[in-house]
Design a protein around this ligand. Sequence first.
Ligand code: SF4
Length: 451
Amino acid sequence: MDQKLKSKLEKKIFIKTFGCQMNEYDSNRMYDIANKIDYKKTNNFDEATCYLINTCHIREKATDKVYHDVGRIKKRFRNKKKPIVIIAGCVAQAEGEILLKKEKYIDAVIGPQSYHKLNETILRIEKKSEKVNSTEFNVIEKFDNLNNIKMSKNNISSFLTIQEGCDKFCKFCVVPYTRGPEYSRSVEEILNEAEGLVANGTVELTLLGQNVNAYNFKGKKLSDLIFEISKIKNLERIRYTTSHPLDFSDDLIKIHRDVKKLMPLIHLPVQSGSNKILDKMNRKHTVEEYLSIIKNLREANPLIKFSSDFIIGYPGENENDFNDTLKLIKEVQFINFYSFIYSPRPGTPAAKLKQIKENISKKRLIIFQRKASELKMIYRKKLFNSLSKVLFDNKLSGNNFFGRDEYLNSVIVKSNKNLLGKIKDVKIIKGNQNTLFGEIVDVNNKKDFAA
Ligand code: SF4
């Protein structure tokens, strides 16, 4: 076989993704970019000639995980040709130079705003075996480049990044340092990408941004964008995440009344139910203001439900503050909870504060999660024998299909027909904390629903 063709066929890239949906979106875009220089996606770790770890700095011990993973690659490739090893994402941005110095097996670090330079980086390593540090903040250049690269994924449910970065500077968070200041992509760019995804089979679109409701492109806000996107034919569902309470403007609340394609689940992180702690976190809003947004949204659309993020054991949190958080979850009746013990991120202001004893935080987290599970189960039991609209996006074994209802609850049904990409009425029969089980019903057939 011709040598050039042989090396082309051998190029394979494997990406391991940590963290949020935005990292998932970025990883898919990196596969598309690398494809331009003949690196084909592989799901087989062992055959990779380029191994990329797309990291997240939000979770604890993120850097340790990188070293651990690189150690694994080293071991697996001990008797084989070394793959190109690239660390991307927020850990690369925050600790790029240290990673390169400490672990010689790493060939390059690429920050979240520089991953459009992936191919340039790979080619430089291929040619000269040099170390590459690409951690500049050039978000405009990044999206300009990405607009020219076609999306290859044809997901029924797709992510689309519309906004990046954050100007809020919550004291516990690394995002303003790793992703840079707030930046919004143009409406035109987003509409083009959304239309392309829908033409490729997307039925549900989730608009992503670290501060998605701060979206503002030349005066066009998130509500304007949602309105425009909702006009795309064959797109059935629109979601957006993650929002900050401070940017929940009246126009955005109103669009939840007016646009039926907008799903009635809102993920609105509150972090704590104590005004004292919110202030210490620099969240820039109070519990009362948060509750007023919830009330206004429910008035705009009574079907809306909420999920939220919680940090337990933030520096300065006492029993009263913690009890205020418990009070808040009961009052709002969230349907989903993402809770973590506070752990300091190097370089953030909160990392310098006096930390709460670990055993206290752990105890509080257990209490919190127990209460959260109770609330979640009360909500889920109310769904039994009711109807949900489910979009199916995965076929499991034994004629089982997996999908999500309007509130992102996982639902499994059995069907002899292919349900992929379809939205069906499902009667929920039973379920647990994670999954609901149901059967397809014909809503026009009363007997069917009463069964
Ligand atoms: S608003 Fe969100 S992304 Fe921005 S600093 Fe706060 S927690 Fe981080």
